[in-house]
Write a protein that binds this ligand. Sequence first.
Ligand SMILES: Nc1nc2c(ncn2[C@@H]2O[C@H](COP(=O)(O)OP(=O)(O)OP(=O)(O)O)[C@@H](O)[C@H]2O)c(=O)[nH]1
Ligand SMILES: [Mg+2]
Length: 330
Amino acid sequence: MSTPLTLNLAVFGQRGCGKTVLLSCYYGQRSTAIYGKKNGYYLSCADVTQDNRLSANYLGISRQLKFPDATGRFDIYKFNSYIDGIRGRVAFQLQWADYPGEWFIGKPTDKADQEERERALQHLLTSNMALLLLDGDAFLKGGKSYLISEFGVFRKEIQRQKEEIGWQGPFPKRWVICLTKADLLAPDYTAQRFRNDCKEEEPWAEIEEIGKTLGEETIGQDFLLLSAVKGDYEKISDPNASMGLELIAPLVFQPAYRTLEQQLQQEGAQEPDWLDRLLALINDAKDKSNDQLKVDALKARQGSDVLAATLPVLLLPLRSESAKIWYYKG
Ligand SMILES: Nc1nc2c(ncn2[C@@H]2O[C@H](COP(=O)(O)OP(=O)(O)OP(=O)(O)O)[C@@H](O)[C@H]2O)c(=O)[nH]1
Ligand SMILES: [Mg+2]
């Protein structure tokens, strides 16, 4: 591939909702050799400083069973994904923008802080998908009142930012409402139940208002349960027992390729040379079983066909049995 497929993700959530742990575990788990062998692909940070930061966090989580310290910075992490056994060719790049939770509650401290926030917002506007993280632990304690207040804070923040920079859209096409720390919830709690809780009158009224600000029907359709580790508030009992993380890249992929598809239809547009083939592969995959897709992926890896080996990575997780529990669309 010339320029790799880029998936842009923006992650929002108030202080302590689990953004840094999620990011560190997402990368930490996926950057090991064993992950690559088992799953057919692995991640590597394009920037060594980011790699060091996330790897140190993950080492603390997995070895010392310790959560990392709170962070207060905005960063765009660039994860290059490689197909196991095919060296040197990036399959896709996942750009993960991590917003500091304190931005929701505090005004910019100075001009540099203000500029940083504007840069972050510009990035948000060009993302394919945004995750709005709600804190599973706070939800357990606060229930519906927590949902109402959290969605309210987010609505006001989006409205404020929109007015401040005078942006009328477009916004990301897909907003996924996520509940983090799902390991703390009842074992039979599902994404569908989370959606039903959000659908109650008062939280839903907030979500609808957010929808109006962002453009109709971009929020309130997708719900996801996430858990980076298994543990309680202080201690981790199983650093590898994550939930829902493997659905993130496949969920960003859908609006990303739809945008590319639209590009193809625009006259004179300069689409990447691999796009036609990608769309043909997606079309082909629609009628194939999961087993067939796995066989195809193996063959593609053996033939060093990066594009064909990438597609199952981005399609199969959403077809899995666990996706039915952790993800709900409707
Ligand atoms: N049980 C459980 N606890 C978690 C999980 N993720 C985060 N936590 C807890 O939540 C705390 C905050 O997580 P962070 O990832 O640092 O939160 P953050 O959203 O990055 O917070 P800021 O950087 O302040 O915006 C951690 O120190 C843990 O105690 C999880 O998957 N399961
Ligand atoms: Mg953080």
